[in-house]
Design a protein around this ligand. Structure first.
Ligand code: G6P
Length: 610
């Protein structure tokens, strides 16, 4: 949450910072701000604005300012409302220091009281402003020293960047718990919360670790720990495309990402399947494969959509491996008193690789001796770096805040991981080969569903007046029902509840009437008859039903109000197809309502606070 971008070099920093902010906007979009300095005149452009980065951009353009270094920030409010005074950068009393921050200063109230006693005057409700004044208070001729000392006094998490007019052409960045990556260009440096913000300028990066600080200036970079001990780090070259940063003619990134899914699946499986042997090959897990084979228990930890991928993974692992599999919300797992050992595996599933709760769950598992694994999309993210081993999605950037293509990617890769483990134990070559053949057909099946987009759009239009929806699915399709409901509520702000269909009679059925429609996942499989019974129960209470059903099922057409057909695959892969119409239904529903689909209110793509 909150996005940071910095630039120092010879170019005009202002457009670079604004462009970087636009790429970081998924991290927060309630307000934004910039401080850019011109080293010759020492003049500063200091502008903040409520709302999206485009609002800030309008203001900045009117200044026609050029500055060769600067910092900028897009905010997701934690302390204080999204107002201009609460937006970053924050300054000190002298108004010479400018600071941006991602994270939370937990002891800010105590520090603020002490600073106020010393005469510091605060203008915002934020925790961040305290750090700006604290650095001012500790400043005694040496800027780096003042920053280091101040960071030693704060509790909580931070990714910060700070500049000072009395110490020109220096940007200090530091991190603890919030991501910060430095980009090394030709005669210029950039730093950001995410490589996407600067990947157009350089793919040579240095990842800061917790409690590390870097001083960026004209022609070099000095990295130290918070005791100012020098740390030597060479830039790594990363393979991360800029693809994904334009909508390619689609109205929204979310729609583009939904339509990208055939390719997402191809990217997830490329070079990873050996059909003749019915096995998968995952280089990232090879170093720990023996440890994995010795595991007695595996727990998936994750949040949001990634949690539902884990929930699906549980069924897949139970089917293909002999492991005991559990799934837990990372925010719950991190505070449980679990007895873990080297025979426990904990797999963090995360698109961003930065989700605070998932990271904390992972660290807790590691502390207790478990083998920690990752299934992550963003290359080089904190979770990817802190796991013992893992698998990347290779799905490219996902910009829409509501996750779509990454869910599908995660589900496919969970099959690959389960296959890898299963085939070393009881799973037959025949079952392995069959699974691989069906996985390879997924892109074509997804294309067929996407070609049916207009039908789904018409159904979404028909249901626009409804304010509540129930989503039901059973067994493998229960996670899909949950994910479908999450999609709808995230982007259309309409109440939607996902339920395992079997639980319907234990509560939700009391809600059903002609105003409370149900989306039922009713594709072929061994629970099909059961879900049909649930549908009948809903119809008996005048509830409307939209069914997701297998192509050619003419029977179900007779009992439901609307139907979306999907191609048939083997039951363990069917949820990967079933989720696609639910994504499209949510998308069109929200679009007809005129919602801000790529940036839904109150949400952020990367949740780096607890
Ligand atoms: C936020 C996003 C969701 C995402 C969840 C977990 O809530 O809005 O789309 O599923 O975080 O994020 P992760 O990056 O860990 O998958």
């Amino acid at each position: 949450m909150c996005g940071i971008i910095c630039y120092i070099g010879k170019q005009n920093s202002v457009p670079i910072l604004i462009e970087g902010l636009k790429r970081l906007e998924y991290r927060g979009y309630d307000s934004a701000g910039i401080a850019s300095l011109d080293s010759e005149s020492n003049n500063v452009l200091f502008v903040k604005s409520v709302g999206k980065v485009s609002e800030l951009e309008k203001k900045v353009k009117s200044h026609k300012f050029k500055g060769d270094y600067g910092i900028a920030h897009t905010r997701w409010a934690t302390h204080g409302k999204p107002t201009e005074s609460n937006a970053h950068p924050h300054t000190d009393c002298s108004k010479k220091l400018f600071l941006i921050h991602n994270g939370i200063i937990e002891n800010y109230e105590v520090l603020k009281r002490e600073l106020e006693k010393k005469g510091h005057r605060f203008v915002s409700d934020t925790d961040t402003e305290v750090l700006a004044h604290l650095i001012e208070d500790n400043l005694d001729g040496n800027f780096e020293d003042a920053v280091r000392k101040s960071l030693g006094m704060v509790e909580g998490t931070f990714g910060i960047a700070v500049i000072h007019r009395d110490f020109p052409r220096k940007i200090i960045v530091a991190r603890r718990g919030s991501p910060l990556i430095i980009g090394v260009g030709e005669g210029e440096y950039l730093a950001a919360s995410d490589v996407n913000a600067f990947i157009r300028y350089t793919n040579r990066v240095i990842y800061l670790n917790d409690d590390e600080m870097a001083l960026l200036n004209d022609d070099n970079i000095v990295i130290t720990d918070l005791n100012l001990n020098r740390i030597s780090k060479e830039p790594e070259t990363i393979d991360w495309s800029v693809e994904g940063d334009d909508k390619k003619g689609f109205k929204h990134f979310m729609l583009k990402e939904i339509y990208e899914q055939p390719k997402t699946v191809e990217n997830a499986i490329r070079g990873r399947l050996i059909e003749g042997e019915g096995i998968s090959k995952l280089g990232g897990l090879e170093p720990v494969i023996e440890k994995i084979m010795n595991l007695k228990k595996l727990t998936f930890v994750s949040c949001g959509t990634s949690f539902y991928a884990g929930l699906y993974g549980k069924y897949i692992f139970e089917r293909l491996t002999d492991l005991d599999v559990y799934v837990d919300y990372a925010s719950e797992f991190r505070y449980r008193n679990l007895k873990l050992s080297e025979y426990d595996g904990v797999m963090a599933i995360s698109q961003s690789g930065e989700t605070a709760d998932t990271l904390a769950a992972l660290r807790e598992a590691k502390r207790k001796g478990a083998l920690v694994l990752g299934l992550v999309n963003v290359v080089g993210s904190t979770i990817a770096k802190e796991t013992d081993a893992g698998v990347y999605c290779h799905a490219g950037p996902e910009i829409g805040v509501a996750s779509t293509k990454i869910f599908v990617s995660q589900c496919v890769i969970l099959n690959l991981i389960a296959l890898l483990i299963g085939r070393r134990k009881g799973l037959s070559i025949f079952d392995g080969m069959n699974l691989i053949r069906e996985i390879k057909k997924l892109p074509e099946h997804i294309k067929t569903i996407l070609e049916n987009g207009n039908v789904i759009r018409d159904i979404a239009r028909k249901y626009l007046s409804f304010k509540d929806f129930l989503y039901i699915g059973r067994h493998l399709n229960y996670p899909v029902a949950m994910e479908g409901a999450l999609k709808l509520k995230e982007i259309s702000y309409v109440h939607a509840e996902g339920y395992p269909a079997g639980e319907m009679k234990h509560g939700p059925i009391s809600l059903i009437d002609e105003n409370f429609p149900t989306v039922a996942i009713a594709t072929n499989g061994f629970t099909y008859e059961k879900i049909v019974s649930n549908i009948q129960e809903i119809k008996a209470r005048n509830g409307k039903v939209i069914a997701i059903a297998t192509e050619g099922n003419t029977e179900i057409e007779k009992i439901v109000d609307d139907i979306i057909f999907v191609p048939e695959t083997i039951d363990i892969l069917q949820p990967i197809l079933n989720v696609i119409p639910l994504q499209l239904f949510a998308y069109y529903f929200a679009d007809f309502k005129g919602c801000d689909i790529d940036k839904p209110r109150n949400l952020a793509k990367s949740v780096t606070v607890e």
